[in-house]
Design a protein around this ligand. Structure first.
Ligand SMILES: [Zn+2]
Length: 139
């Protein structure tokens, strides 16, 4: 993998932070500056394909995934079709999600109220974590 240098502070410590206009966006870990470099065109990282399909299976809508990953909902719809992903329809439960950093995630799990009954799925998301919880629709 090519090392990307932050144009703001010249640090090479950065993380991938979504796709914007078909360009990989990075976030500098030193100064928090966002920048995008490589034109990746039609070839999007497998990471984003896997992550999109994972979130889709967890019950998130195309628009939600688009907002979270910065991937066009059209791309996601195409991948769902291409890989023939089917999710069971369930009208009694719906997913809710939170995006937390490592410390917040640790705190979340120390409170057993948060994980009682439902349980959660945690997936990595750039330098943060996404926590998905299924809840029964309230009557
Ligand atoms: Zn920087």
């Amino acid at each position: 993998m090519k090392i990307q240098i932050c144009p703001n502070c010249n640090s090479d410590r950065n993380i991938k932070s979504g796709i914007v206009n078909n360009r990989q966006r990075y976030k500098c870990k030193e100064c928090q500056y966002f920048f995008s470099v490589n034109k990746i065109g039609k070839k999007i990282d497998d990471y984003y394909v896997n992550k999109s399909l994972q979130l889709y299976l967890e019950g998130l809508s195309y628009r939600e995934i688009e907002r979270i990953l910065g991937i066009s909902h059209v791309s996601i719809m195409n991948w769902v079709k291409k890989y023939n992903i089917k999710r069971p329809y369930n009208s009694n439960y719906h997913p809710t999600y939170k995006i937390l950093n490592g410390i917040e995630l640790g705190e979340y799990f120390t409170n057993t109220i948060n994980i009682k009954g439902a349980g959660v799925v945690v997936t990595e998301l750039g330098d943060k974590f996404m926590l998905i919880k299924w809840e029964r629709f309230k009557d």
